[in-house]
Ligand binder design. Structure first.
Ligand code: HEM
Length: 151
């Protein structure tokens, strides 16, 4: 066997091996449909992140300055969401659309009111009350999504 034939045989077996071996596992990425998150989704995620932070932090009164900063950011995002449209309303028309928009806004207002009460409780140093109000805000997540999202 010539040196040339040996080399090409070697190259061929390497190639075969590369097909036979399983490829390196790729990171489990979230489904990417090529579209960027809408401004509404981005701000909803801000609310979610700050709520997660508050769930742990409200137990620690010495951390109240950080909790108040999280609340401020959460309220900013919620007020922004209140002013945005959402897919279910975008798809509706006429009277039904107007009803959806009004209901969504009222629900967001209730949610923001609970956030403000939570801020008041924290400023008054009442962490137990703030923790109760955490549950009220969280309940708005369930009822808001039940009424105004389709998945
Ligand atoms: C208060 C706590 C809330 C949290 C933590 C929260 C969190 C979220 C998150 C993480 C998403 C994205 C879900 C996904 O990617 O599939 C989302 C979507 C959505 N949320 Fe909220 N949410 C809250 C309250 C509300 C309220 C009160 C309403 C209605 C008044 C609402 C209406 C919506 C709508 C319409 C969407 C879908 C947006 C879209 O598909 O483009 N959410 N929310």
């Amino acid at each position: 066997m010539t040196a040339l034939r040996l080399t090409s045989l070697f190259a061929l077996s390497l190639l075969a091996l590369s097909f036979a071996l399983p490829s390196a596992p790729t990171a489990p990425a979230r489904v990417d449909d090529g579209e960027e998150d809408s401004p509404l989704l981005k701000d909803m995620e801000v609310i979610q992140d700050q709520l997660k932070f508050l769930r742990r932090n409200l137990k620690k009164p010495e951390e109240n300055p950080a909790s108040l900063a999280a609340l401020q950011e959460m309220q900013r995002a919620a007020v922004a969401c209140k002013g945005m449209s959402f897919p279910m309303a975008d798809r509706a028309e006429g009277e039904a659309k107007a009803e959806l928009q009004k209901g969504y806004k009222l629900e967001m207002i209730g949610c923001i009111e609970a956030m403000l009460q939570m801020e008041r409780a924290l400023l008054e140093g009442d962490n137990d009350k703030a923790r109760e109000l955490y549950k009220t805000v969280k309940a708005f997540e369930d009822s808001g999504h039940e009424k105004y999202t389709e998945e």
